[in-house]
Design a protein around this ligand. Structure first.
Ligand code: S3P
Length: 172
């Protein structure tokens, strides 16, 4: 898998920015969560309910491994916010080119997540702001160690973030 990989917490804008980057570069959009949904044949929420988070994490690793091994595949890959939880996933990300961490201030993340009524996220459902913070904060070092480039999205428009990413990556 070559080109650009976006990582970051839920609400960081990975999907929106990936769409924009795909439009700007003409590269195909790859969405890890959507690939998992295709494979499991149900929503992530239903999969969490029926099989639990560890089973979801196994699927997530399997799909990432497959993409990482496909050296001919090019595209803009948007990942799920928990991709960095597995040490094996972090190892894979470190070996991939142009892994970008979309870093966002925690207050802004919480506001964005509260305003997003389209995407049902099992880990955010009925959680307080404090609980969401407690999921996010321990992940920050994992995002930082997995990415080759960190882009702060706080207070920026998707256009501004996309432009910053395109300046910072190497599209061979
Ligand atoms: C998760 C993030 C979600 C999805 C799943 C778990 C997480 O993706 O993979 O609900 O652990 O942060 P988004 O970051 O695209 O919402």
């Amino acid at each position: 898998m070559k080109k650009i990989v976006l990582i970051g917490f839920m609400g960081a804008g990975k999907t929106t920015i990936a769409r924009l980057l795909a439009e700007k570069t003409g590269l195909p959009l790859l969405d890890l969560d959507s690939l998992i949904v295709e494979e499991i044949g149900m929503s992530i929420q239903d999969y969490f309910d029926q099989f639990g988070e560890p089973a979801f994490r196994e699927k997530e690793t399997a799909v990432l491994m497959r993409l990482a091994a496909e050296s001919e595949t090019t595209g803009i890959l948007s990942t799920g916010g928990g991709i960095v939880l597995g040490a094996a996933n972090r190892q894979l990300l470190k070996q991939m080119d142009n892994v970008v961490y979309l870093k966002t201030d925690v207050e802004e993340l919480i506001n964005r997540l509260a305003a997003d009524h389209e995407n049902v996220r099992p880990l955010v459902l009925s959680k307080t702001a404090e609980e969401i913070k407690n999921i996010y904060l321990p992940r920050i070092p994992f995002y930082e160690e997995s990415a080759g480039l960190v882009v702060d999205t706080t207070g920026k428009t998707p256009e501004e973030v996309a432009a910053e990413i395109l300046e910072g990556v190497t599209l061979g």
